[in-house]
Every structure is written in C-alpha cells, then in structure tokens.
Design a protein around this ligand. Structure first.
Ligand code: PMP
Length: 344
C-alpha cells in the first residue's frame, strides 16, 4: 500500500477522508463560514460506505463473518450499494431485500455490484411475511453463516461515524467548528459525529434535519411517538416513520423540518452555483442551513459544517429530471424554472 503516491491495494482503502469544501455563492451574505463535508467523494459515492465497511470489519473481528459468508440488508439505497461494494472486494455474498417501489435502475445498479436482489411487495404491512423486513429476517435465519446489517437498530452504524467522520471534521476545522447540520434517517451520521464533537467541545451545536411527514422532530421534543406526524413525502433517506435506536436524541440540540419542494430546488441550485453535483438530502441539509440563517442562528466568526450525504447521479430520474420536477408540481409558481434544452 502506497497511499502517499495514491496507489491502493483495493477500492475500500479510499473510504473516508472526504474533503471539506467551502460554500461560497450559496452562503453569500450569511454571517459565519460554511463548509460542506462532501460524502460523494467516497468510492461508493455516499457516507454509507463508512458504515458498510465498519460493520462488516467488526463482524470479521468478532469471528461471526468468515470467507464466503453472506451479508443481508433491506435497502435499495446507498447502504445497499455500499454493502455490495464491500462484499465484492472481501469475497462475501450479498443479499438485498428491496421494495417493489425501487426503480429498475436502482435494482440494476445493485446487481451490477454482484448483489442478489429480492424484490418484495411494497403495499404490505411490515409484519407481513412478504415484506422486505420479514424476507430479510427469514433469509438470515435460513442462511448459515450470514449477518443481518439492520442499520436502523445497529449501534455500529453510529460508531462508524464516531470513529471516522467525527474526528475528520474536528481535524479539518482545527477544532473551530461551532455548528453541525446533518440529515437524520437512521441517525447514525448525526449521532456518531455529535458524540465525537461534543466530547471535544460541549459547546458545538448539533442540528438535525427532518422531513415533513416524519416523526423524528416531534419525538425529539416530546419523547413521544406521534403517529399523526406521519404522511407520505418524497425525499429518500431523510426522516422516518419509526424511532431508530441508531439515533441518540440526547446529542442533538434541535431539529429543523424541510419541505420536498424547497429541498429539491436547493439540490439543483448547489450543483449550478458551487459545481457540486449532490443528492436530494444535500439539498435538504442546505435548505435547513438557509432557514437557520434566516432565524438568526449564526453570527460572524461561526464555523458551520453541513453534511452532503451522496452524489447527484443517483437522482437523474428524480430531482435532476425536469419532467419529474414538473410532475411533482415543483415548477408551479416558479421563479427558478428549468432552462430548456436547445435542439438544433
Ligand atoms: N441522505 C441519504 C441520501 C441517505 O441515504 C441517508 C441514510 N438513510 C441519510 C441522508 C441519513 O443518514 P443517516 O441514516 O446516517 O441518518
């Protein structure tokens, strides 16, 4: 391994150590300095590479994962891709149980990385034997030498970020970070980073980003699960309809809710102004930052870090499709309409 010469034994050695990139045009006129931790620089193009590698290597260390064994998870998203990538390099089989709502593109992407994919009906209850949760649990039980990652209820998810993302941010800001803004899905990213940062400096303010239609913000404020908060929304990977144990709510100072529409426009704007092609939840995190600025959260001298979790290429048929934006009604009453393609 010759990391100094950028020569690596395999792609997994490139996981982590992602850059912190200053936001310039997006934050013009705001008080403070703003930096994005751009997780798309991971080889699997998202922060989930970190948890896939960490959870799998912990299982190896504990001796519960041996060559040729099987790794199981229930996701068609970033985590599935990262687990498939780590499995390929390390020689494990990867089984992903996904919902029939997953796009054919996503399923093809996972299969391209060697995963065996089970497509399960989306319109059944979580405890139905055909749901992707139940299918994953059954396959785990039936497959000798298998582990079930279960990212929403796995403490190693938080631990991955406590051990890597947190220390990286502390070092990159030379300990001068004042605010962390991060989306919360499983809550592993925000809780793991928060744990590390608050151990270094209690004063660092940690702000979670939640979606309208998710229970996280209300739960944080009341410690009660309020079903009335739950309704369908479009942003994937942000918010939840259950309370994940991978989230440590005590480490989060407050939550901000963002809308599907503003987050989508914000993602497109980041690409067009900063040249950073980022995913939907990066738009959500940036939207939260803007709302916080408007509320007077920041002052001159503050150093704010916002997490951009993944790459824009995963959203070509959504946020970066003008047709999709139009179908959602996101171009209605629009100031920022799409620039039309010129056909010659
Ligand atoms: N953004 C995207 C695109 C994601 O897939 C996820 C993970 N569900 C998150 C943000 C939130 O990260 P975490 O699960 O660590 O809270």
């Amino acid at each position: 391994m010759k990391k100094d010469r950028q020569v690596f034994d395999n792609v997994l050695q490139l996981i982590g150590k992602t850059p912190l990139i200053k936001l310039n045009k997006m934050t013009e006129g705001f008080k403070g300095e703003f930096y994005a931790k751009v997780e798309a620089f991971n080889p699997g193009h998202s922060s989930k590479d970190r948890i896939a590698l960490h959870i799998i290597e912990e299982a190896e260390r504990k001796g519960i994962l041996n060559p040729g064994d099987t790794i199981i998870e229930t996701t068609s998203g970033n985590t599935g891709f990262s687990i498939a990538m780590v499995s390929i390099v390390k020689g494990y089989k990867c089984i992903l149980a996904v919902s029939s709502k997953s796009s054919p593109d996503k399923i093809d992407m996972l299969r391209s990385m060697g995963a065996q994919v089970y497509v399960c009906p989306a319109n059944v209850k979580a405890d139905d034997s055909r749901s992707y949760y139940e299918v994953a649990k059954r396959l785990h039980k039936e497959t000798e030498g298998s582990i079930y990652i279960n990212q929403y209820f796995n403490d190693l998810n938080l631990d991955a970020h406590y051990q890597s993302t947190g220390p990286e941010i502390w070092e990159q800001t030379e300990g001068k970070i004042t605010h962390l803004i991060a989306c919360s899905g499983t809550g592993g990213t925000i809780s793991g980073i928060a744990k590390y940062l608050k151990e270094q400096n209690q004063e660092v303010k940690v702000i979670g980003v939640d979606a309208y239609g998710s229970v996280l913000k209300k739960y944080h404020e009341t410690r009660e699960f309020d079903e009335k908060e739950i309704y369908p929304y479009r942003i994937e990977g942000l918010g939840k309809n259950l309370i994940p144990t991978a989230t440590n709510f005590d480490l989060i100072d407050k939550f901000v809710k963002v809308s599907d529409e503003e987050s989508a426009h914000m993602a497109r704007k980041i690409s067009k102004t900063e040249g950073l092609f980022v995913g939907y939840t990066s738009g959500a995190a940036m939207q939260a930052l803007k709302q916080l600025e408007e509320e007077g959260e920041f002052k001159a001298g503050d150093r704010v870090v916002v997490i951009f979790p993944d790459h824009g290429s995963r959203y070509m048929s959504k946020v970066y499709s003008d047709k999709w934006m139009e179908d959602q009604g996101f171009f209605d009453n629009e100031k920022i309409s799409a620039e039309k393609i010129q056909y010659i």
